[in-house]
Structure formats: structure tokens, C-alpha cells
Design a protein around this ligand. Structure first.
Ligand SMILES: [Zn+2]
Length: 187
């Protein structure tokens, strides 16, 4: 069971202000990504469709392949073109976290991608020490588990971790870790 965290204060001056959005390759926070694709009409009501987010981006190509021990990779093809690959043999929820992690590299570490190894094993609980990888994992967690979807899943499941993970389409381990960082008590 998951216990509810104390309510967070609402930031002042953050009402229904319309903000111009940058093009998809320049989004730089999970909130911006969600807000952008919400406006694009993607269904973000129960889970975040990271596959569609990647597939609809003209700068990205998505491939499913047998990557052996690796989870995923991102490869620079040309100046504004990248390939993201994910291990086709993994569970869909694991693939989704891996994809969100590579997508984070694309948005946050674009200039470093050419020097990254082609293929990586991703820690799905953020025990990562390398700051670039830590940042990508954090971004992936926040993108796939935004606060309002987590709250909705919590209410609908009465705090049942398995049901919450199922509706958010993330692994129980990734959800548990994320909830703990938000201050929920997970037993
Ligand atoms: Zn990485």
C-alpha cells in the first residue's frame, strides 16, 4: 500500500497563463514535454505514450532490435537526426523507461550523443552515479510518472502499487522508487 504524501503548496502566479511552446527538439523539462504533447492532442489521461512522442518527432527514428545485454541506445545520424533503439526482447514497461531515458539524452545531452557508447544498460531505480545518466533517469521518471497521473492512479487504485504501475505502464520498481522520492511511504 502507498500512503498519501502531504499536499504540496501551489505556486503563485501559475494560473491559466498561455505560454508559447518551443519546437519539440527544444523542450527541456518533463513538464514542457507533457504540456506540448497535450496540446498536440496525445492521450495523456492515464499514462504517457513515450512511443508516440518519439515516433511523432521528425528528428527521431525508433527501432526495436535484439540488443543483447543492453537496454537501449541513441545514435546521432546527422545534425538534426537521431536513432533511438530499444531491446525488443524486454517487457514493454521496461522498454518504455529505456525509451524515456534515451529521449532525455536527446533533449538534454544532444551535444554529447556522438561521444556516448552505442548501447547502454539503464538502472531502472536511480542509483546512478554518472551525472548525465542520473539526469536522464530522473527525467524519465518524471516524464512517465507526472504528479497528476500518479495522484489519479493513487485514487483509482486506493494506493495499490501493482494497479498503479499497471495503469501508468511502468514497472513496480520504477514506481516505488519514484513514489519514495516524492515522499510517499511505500510498504
Ligand atoms: Zn543513458
Amino acid at each position: 500500500m502507498v500512503s498519501r504524501a502531504p499536499k504540496r503548496p501551489v505556486r503563485p502566479g501559475n494560473g491559466n497563463r498561455e505560454v508559447a511552446l518551443p519546437p519539440p527538439g527544444l523542450l527541456d523539462s518533463p513538464e514542457q514535454v507533457i504540456s506540448y504533447y497535450n496540446r498536440m492532442g496525445l492521450d495523456l489521461n492515464t499514462s504517457v505514450p513515450i512511443e508516440q512522442i518519439i515516433q511523432s518527432n521528425p528528428e527521431l527514428e525508433l527501432k526495436y532490435a535484439d540488443l543483447g545485454i543492453n537496454d537501449a541506445y541513441i545514435k546521432k545520424i546527422s545534425e538534426n537526426s537521431f536513432e533511438i533503439g530499444v531491446n525488443k526482447n524486454h517487457h514493454p514497461n521496461r522498454q518504455r523507461f529505456s525509451l524515456a531515458h534515451e529521449y532525455a539524452h536527446y533533449l538534454l545531452h544532444r551535444g554529447k550523443i556522438h561521444s556516448m557508447p552505442e548501447g547502454e544498460q539503464i538502472l531502472h531505480r536511480n542509483g546512478e552515479r554518472n551525472p548525465v545518466e542520473y539526469q536522464a533517469n530522473n527525467f524519465a521518471s518524471e516524464l512517465l510518472m507526472p504528479d497528476d497521473l500518479v495522484r489519479r492512479a493513487f485514487r483509482a487504485s486506493h494506493g495499490n502499487l501493482s494497479q498503479m504501475a499497471q495503469s501508468l505502464r511502468v514497472s513496480k520498481e520504477a514506481l516505488k522508487y519514484h513514489l519514495e522520492t516524492l515522499g510517499y511511504r511505500v510498504q
